[in-house]
Ligand binder design. Structure first.
Ligand code: FE
Length: 200
């Protein structure tokens, strides 16, 4: 049995102008779909086909011989997580218990935003900026290169991510990664998705 892509959680033009319909169309329809197609080819006829995606990624992560499969499978998961990390009309400060957690972990929302921007702009080359929950139950900002994902780190729970591969922003912002990152945080950040991941 092969995997299929979940549909985008919104229309392709729903995040415009922060992320244009053209970017979403290529990013979801070509890049994300491409990772899925490659993964399905690699697992065809193997026992990996029967695993949930998260388990498959964790299983192959430690095996250097499976690096190609890991890269494609992790990119399938990372992109679905990224789509859900954004929503039309998002952004701004969290409320309720998440607001308390932000204050407790960073001192202020502004400090969290600063750390997310720093992670997004200092990730050398391709990768992701993340908000995660630590083993101590606090929030923390991390970054990962290429297809790497906090899913393989048992000490943290991924809560939110931003794709900072050039394909995520080049059509809309050219080389201005910081402008893309700040626009996503200010206008699309999906706090409900963070709440959902904190509760799971
Ligand atoms: Fe991407």
């Amino acid at each position: 049995m092969s995997f299929t892509l979940p549909p985008l959680p919104y229309d392709e033009n729903a995040l415009s102008p922060v992320v244009s319909a053209q970017t979403l169309s290529f990013h979801y329809g070509k890049h994300h779909q491409g990772y899925l197609t490659n993964m399905n080819k690699a697992i065809e006829g193997t026992d990996l086909e029967a695993l949930p995606l998260e388990d498959l990624i964790r299983r192959v992560a430690a095996d250097p011989a499976q690096k190609g499969l890991f890269n494609n499978a992790a990119q399938v998961w990372n992109h679905t997580f990224y789509w859900n990390s954004m929503k039309p009309g998002g952004g701004g400060q969290p409320t309720g218990s998440v607001a308390e957690l932000v204050k407790d972990s960073f001192g202020s929302y502004d400090e969290l935003k600063k750390q997310l921007l720093t992670a997004a702009t200092t990730q050398f080359g391709s990768g992701y900026a993340w908000l995660v929950k630590t083993a101590e139950g606090k929030l923390a900002v991390t970054k990962t290169p290429n297809a790497e994902t906090p899913l393989t780190d048992t000490s943290v729970t991924p809560l939110w991510t931003m794709d900072v591969w050039e394909h995520a922003y080049y059509l809309d912002y050219q080389n201005l990664r910081a402008k893309y990152a700040e626009a996503v945080i200010d206008n699309l950040f999906n706090w409900e998705f963070v709440e959902k991941n904190l509760a799971s």
